[in-house]
Design a protein around this ligand. Sequence first.
Ligand SMILES: C[S@@+](CC[C@H](N)C(=O)[O-])C[C@H]1O[C@@H](n2cnc3c(N)ncnc32)[C@H](O)[C@@H]1O
Length: 167
Amino acid sequence: MNSFLSILKETADLPGKKNIRLHELEYLWETAKQFEINRIIESGTYYGLTAIRLNKLYPECSVYTFEIRKERWRKIPKEHLGKNIYFKHGELINSINLVTSDSLVVIDGPKRERAINLARKCAKIVPIVGIHDMLEYEYLLKKTFVDYRMCGVLAVVTLKKDVIFPC
Ligand SMILES: C[S@@+](CC[C@H](N)C(=O)[O-])C[C@H]1O[C@@H](n2cnc3c(N)ncnc32)[C@H](O)[C@@H]1O
């Protein structure tokens, strides 16, 4: 069983709502394999499901997950939290110094243009950024990034020319 299938098995029954689907996360993870990833940054914690999955996929990395509505953390199944997950109250845009060149950035709140602006700032530092719920915003992705791919409603975007996207 590969590690992605074990993540699927371990987290299949956890609560979640409007979170990144497993096939979307798998695409991001596959794309990220060409880079050395040492830190995970997520914007939009809510149920913590993506943070928990990322923590399982990258057990050696710290996961920093930002949420503007702190009360939402009540929904996180604490028994599934591994070490290395750091909850941050507020917006990632105000803590951009946490984003290092070896980070994997995932944005699932804010949405729309604000998500694209945040992704653009991060993509100046990191090779790829995942942005959720981007299906209706492909025209903006085309204008803003050097390249991007959609997997479901997740866009994986880059400002670099040499990123290889799996088909
Ligand atoms: C679709 S949910 C995220 C799902 C989550 N990743 C999960 O696995 O359950 C979006 C979350 O982003 C939060 N949010 C919206 N705008 C935000 C911002 N600018 N910074 C941080 N969090 C934000 C919302 O409060 C909401 O909880």
